[in-house]
Design a protein around this ligand. Sequence first.
Ligand code: GRF
Length: 205
Amino acid sequence: MKTPETDLPRLVVLVSGGGSNLQAIIDATASGSLIARVAMVISNNIDAYALERASNAGIPTQVVDHNDYRSRAAFELALREEIEPHDPALIILAGFMRILSADFVARYAGRILNIHPSLLPAYTGLNTHQRAIDGGEAEHGATVHLVTAELDAGPIVRQARVPIMADDTASELATRVLEQEHRIYPEAIQDMLQTQKAASLGRSA
Ligand code: GRF
């Protein structure tokens, strides 16, 4: 039997850009491979195409622009005010280009996921595709991980590998990695939700 919409675990997705990972997550909820509902999409960038993707899918959106706040603490307080009414099972960072403070992360410990375009722990930070090519690597990939206070360093939930071809440009490699991101992110989210459900059943048994 299909779970009624209102009983589905809720996801709040934070974005800054194109939102192709957001789209993969929306598509997975629509196809039923991800049993969850995207309750809200929040962007720190008003021009993010991800906002349009959310609207097209009938998902409420909110812009919380870090430039409008005097401090990171004030920005994060505004983010929390948008997130908390949804009481999300998970907060999903999908191309969200702001670093979250230890205080923010602690509030949602074990409930924030990020996807990073490298085989972590290798190549944390930015420009990972070019750096992997320059580093003479044979392989590159993507990692879904839990967010902790340290950047790109939380426990790994899922990884996907792709080969680096001899004449690859960073953009060709990024395209190949993104395809894998779109596959593993919804899978990783579904896994995490299953784990949460098993833990809560265990508690109530
Ligand atoms: C992806 O490469 C993701 O790994 C990184 O930012 C990019 C976001 O792409 N964190 P999109 O906005 O989901 O298309």
